[in-house]
Design a protein around this ligand. Structure first.
Ligand code: KDO
Length: 334
């Protein structure tokens, strides 16, 4: 008798707890959150998703990351989300600009001034129309802004062979840039000849000399080991770059209000955690890279800034920028 009561009591208690939402859903009941990204699992953004986002949503969602472009190639993630084959990505304004040209304002060199500025812009009402368009037309919700870092020019040849002080010194340099138009434009605005190439192919291209260089923040140069196949870093800081934690709107809409609040809180916590760690790494890596034998030096940043900003303001990109938004962004920069 006791055994039956115990079993019946346990079953009714479990049913009551499940109804109250107290019981964690079993694995197969959990919301599946597949994330595809091209960086490695040791990149600070990946660590932030693993250590902050995943545990905070674990009660009701299974976070399933696929790093190094192992599930979807760079630049195909947003379409995968829109088609229901993926739930999350670490997307970029450059990728969004291929769908919505006005996003190119967030890809323009020397516009964002700092990680803090990125957060102020992302949380400002000026972003509402941008976010709504991505939700309504692509079915993607931009949860939080992640700090990728200050992009620098990273070349195969040593400074003794090519010293880069102004954009004119990049003339003829075959500079790998990511594949979208906004990236190619930035490469040209720097004075180089841009070559479109996926992130996962860059190391080999540098190693074989297929390209003369690439641009990325110092933490990426280290995490992707580009310093093993390059000889100098020109501290242009030409783009204080960002990513957005992107989530399928369909997945979001299927969540309860409590689950939505938790997912938003977890994304913000991951973005904040990753930002602090990325900033800390950026501050430490110049000496590390010099110890690896690279020349790391400041060019004439003002010459680069003037050249790049002029190129954007004269470009067709600027025609897509909603009136007044650049001024609002600049006002948030202080
Ligand atoms: C790159 O391909 O150089 C880039 O930095 C572009 C970014 O938008 C982002 O996709 C990034 O790669 C990856 O997250 C790898 O760090």
């Amino acid at each position: 008798m006791t055994a039956i009561i115990t079993r019946r009591t346990l079953l009714s208690a479990a049913a009551a707890a499940l109804a109250a939402g107290a019981m964690p859903a079993s694995a197969q009941d959990k919301i599946r959150l597949r994330l595809s990204a091209v960086q490695s699992e040791t990149d600070q953004r990946s660590i932030a998703m693993l250590e902050k986002f995943a545990p905070m949503v674990a009660d009701f969602a299974s976070f399933e990351p696929h790093w190094n472009g192992s599930l979807f190639q760079q630049g195909t993630e947003l379409e995968a989300i829109a088609s229901g084959d993926l739930e999350m990505s670490i997307t970029s304004a450059q990728e969004l600009a291929t769908f919505f040209p006005e996003f190119s304002i967030f890809t323009a060199g020397y516009v964002h001034q700092s990680a803090e500025h990125q957060v102020k812009v992302f949380n400002d009402p000026l972003m509402d129309a941008f976010k709504k368009k991505v939700e309504d037309e692509l079915g993607v919700k931009l949860l939080s802004v992640m700090y990728l870092g200050r992009r620098q020019v990273n070349l195969r040849m040593p400074k003794s062979e090519r010293t880069v002080m102004t954009p004119a010194d990049l003339a003829g340099v075959n500079l790998r840039m990511p594949g979208t138009d906004a990236w190619q434009f930035l490469g040209r605005a720097l004075g180089a000849n841009p070559t479109p190439m996926a992130f996962t192919e860059v190391y080999t291209a540098l190693q074989t000399g297929a390209v003369d260089g690439q641009d990325n923040p110092l933490p990426t140069v280290v995490d992707a080991k580009f310093y093993e196949v390059t000889k100098q870093i020109v501290l242009t800081s030409h783009l204080v770059d960002l990513n957005y934690i992107a989530l399928s709107k369909a997945a979001w809409d299927a969540m309860t209000p409590e689950q939505q609040a938790k997912v938003q809180e977890a994304a913000d916590a991951a973005a904040d955690f990753g930002r602090q760690n990325q900033l800390q790494k950026e501050g430490q890596l110049v000496s590390f890279l010099e110890e690896q034998g690279l020349d790391v030096y400041e060019p004439d940043v003002a010459a680069f800034r003037d050249h790049v900003q002029k190129a954007y303001l004269e470009s067709d990109f600027a025609k897509d920028w909603p009136a007044g938004v650049l001024e609002q962004i600049n006002a948030l920069g202080g």
